[in-house]
Ligand binder design. Sequence first.
Ligand code: FES
Length: 103
Amino acid sequence: MIFLAKAAEIPDGARKLIQVNGISVALFHHEGRFYALNNACPHRQGPLIRGVLESWGEGPVCAVRCPMHGWKFDLATGDSHGRPGNATVYPLIRQNDELYIEL
Ligand code: FES
C-alpha cells in the first residue's frame, strides 16, 4: 500500500497528477469519490489528467475522455467500451484523510 495524497488536498471537482514509484497517477475527485488511473492513455500515452469528464450516453458522468484522440475510459474500471485497450485503474484505500493505492 503506497501513500498517494491527503484527501483534503483535492477538493471535489479537482484532480492531481502524482508520481509514485516512477508511475504517473492521475487522481480525480468527482462527486464524492476518488479515482486513481495510470495517467498514460493505453492508445498513445496521452495524459488522462488533462481529459474531460463525461458520461456514457445519458448516464451519470463517470468517464474521462483522453485529450489526444478522444478515447474514453470508465473512471472506476478503466473500461473503454470496445476500444482495443483499457486504462489502468489502481485500487484506492482511504484511511481517515489519507489516500493509498495498490500498485
Ligand atoms: S493517446 Fe489517448 S486517445 Fe490517443
